[in-house]
Write a protein that binds this ligand. Structure first.
Ligand code: NAD
Length: 476
């Protein structure tokens, strides 16, 4: 995907890292310690399928163990390789530090096109891959906790959790060995939508930042802003759906692997999603023009560009032609280091991946905590909270009646005020708070340091400082 004259994905991450540490004053050697990937395990295993043994190659990379467990998704894609998992593991370290999720960074991948296998075959392959990682403690609630990524979802996570429990029957915290599980299998409400929801909250935070908006040359609210999204998978679908249905954005183009749909009046994201689910392609979708060379629409005129598919899609080959003033990196590494320089020079604002897609790991953190505490969030407090609110409402109504004023609380207010928060509300509130706090820490650096001209460098500075502080606290 990344043109040959450009650095690899991992080198791109290192270049961006180096750019940031050049502005820091780290003790000798610590910079190198933070940058390097601690270990990458490669596994090749065979599974008997369709009458013959097929050999698969998988990876699990651990970038930094300054905090444990380490955390990061497992990706199923044909392009998976060591360079890619190491780049993604490094991003996980910085991402977790930025949003204060107490994990080191890790990532895994399996070279496979999941669409070529049926469900039963995928289960066999996943369980065997998990077995190889579990027996080496590379999946373990205290040491290494995977999550979904491209090509995987709650189904695969449920198989992994079950495999771990089969191999560790007395581990009472076994279900915490992986996050992103289905809610009836130890998961948490709001995890599936979390990364897309986080993209939405990140944009809310950006649109509240008057100085940032000015730097991007944008005005007003999200309402009516024209959005182009690449990849209508888990992340892209949820982000586009929430932005169009809740914030009034107009999704003018959806780029998928088999082309792009374009409609200046706006696409119905839910309808496109259902079409893809039913037909396996965007082709034939009514109410839109079809563009065969989908990636061309990354260069479309719009307000917000959301690459939510894969890395390296904005590179030296097309960066010059990107028109969107604001790019929010829902995918990991969609902008190469070379493209980043070009876009910064052109005054484009990029909300960097390590922040923009951190919603997934944030809610994964909540799920892990829920699993370790063995209780659903809100279960102890909810009724108590409702009773206290009822007391206030009763007292207000009594005062109003006794004083003869005759005020009435509106039924809508009463209903909202009286309802104690359930798990989903708590998850969304925790996610919103996390995204706002992390945005403010980045924006503070972006707007106040003269040597920092972009959000990505600011994000690296904040996160590397946190990783360094944790190494210093350990005495390393
Ligand atoms: P997914 O597999 O659910 O969806 C990926 C989508 O991109 C699919 O619809 C696929 O058809 C499309 N796609 C693939 N190749 C494409 C191409 N060349 N052009 C256009 N579209 C293409 O994956 P996902 O979980 O949504 O992950 C997407 C990105 O977000 C990845 O970079 C991933 O690392 C990142 N991410 C995911 C999560 C998560 O919670 N799932 C969390 C953080 C970051």
């Amino acid at each position: 995907m990344i043109p040959e004259n450009e650095p690899s994905f991992r080198e791109s991450v290192d270049i961006m890292f180096n750019r940031a540490v050049a502005l820091m004053d780290l003790p000798p050697g610590l910079e190198e310690k933070i940058r390097v990937c601690n270990a990458t395990y490669t596994v090749r295993f065979g599974v008997r399928l369709r009458g013959k043994i097929q050999t698969f190659t998988g990876y699990r990379s651990v970038h930094s163990e300054h905090m444990e467990p380490v955390k990061g998704g497992i990706r199923y894609a044909t392009g998976v390789n060591q360079d890619e998992v190491e780049a993604l593991a490094a991003l996980m370290t910085y991402k977790c530090a930025l949003v204060e999720a107490p994990f080191g960074g890790s990532k895994g991948g399996l070279c496979i096109d999941p669409r070529e296998y049926d469900e039963h075959e995928l289960e066999q392959i996943t369980r065997r891959f998990a077995y190889e990682l579990i027996k080496r403690d590379m999946i373990n609630p205290a040491q290494n906790v995977p999550a979904p990524d491209m090509g995987t979802g709650e189904r695969e996570m449920a198989w992994i959790a079950d495999q771990y429990k089969r191999m560790n029957t007395t581990d009472i915290n076994g279900v915490a060995c992986v996050t992103g599980k289905p809610t009836n299998g130890g998961g948490i409400q709001g995890r599936t939508e979390a990364t897309g929801r986080g993209v939405q909250y990140a944009l809310h935070a950006f649109f509240r930042d008057a100085e940032g908006m000015k730097k991007a040359g944008l005005e007003g609210t999200l309402d009516g802003k024209r959005v182009v999204v690449q990849g209508l998978g888990n992340v892209g679908y949820h982000a586009a759906k929430f932005l169009s249905e809740e914030d009034g954005c107009v999704v003018t183009a959806i780029i998928e692997r088999d082309g792009a749909l374009h409609n200046e009046d706006g696409l119905d994201v839910e309808a496109v999603h259902q079409w893809i689910t039913k037909h396996g392609t965007i082709k034939g979708f009514p109410d839109a023009q079809m563009q065969e060379e989908g990636a061309k629409l990354l260069e479309a005129d719009c307000d917000i560009l959301i690459p939510a598919a894969l890395e390296g899609v904005i590179n030296l080959g097309n960066a010059d032609r990107v028109k969107a003033p604001l790019i929010i990196e829902a995918a990991n590494g969609p902008v190469t280091a070379g493209a980043d320089e070009i876009l910064c020079r052109k005054g484009k604002v990029m909300i960097p991946d390590m922040y923009a897609n951190a919603g997934g790991v944030t809610v994964s953190y909540f799920e892990w905590v829920k699993n370790l505490s063995h209780i659903r969030f809100g279960r102890m407090q909810r009724r108590q909270e409702e009773m206290r609110h009822q007391l206030v409402v009763d007292e207000l109504e009594r005062l109003s009646a006794d004083s003869g004023i005759g005020w009435q609380l509106s039924p809508n207010f009463k209903e909202k005020y009286l309802r104690g928060a359930g798990e989903l509300e708590l998850v969304r509130s925790g996610l919103d708070d996390t995204m706002q706090t992390a945005y403010q820490s980045m924006a503070h650096v972006w707007h106040n340091r003269e040597d920092v001209n972009d959000l990505r460098t600011a994000a690296y500075l904040v996160s590397i400082e946190k990783v360094a502080a944790s190494y210093r606290a350990k005495g390393l």
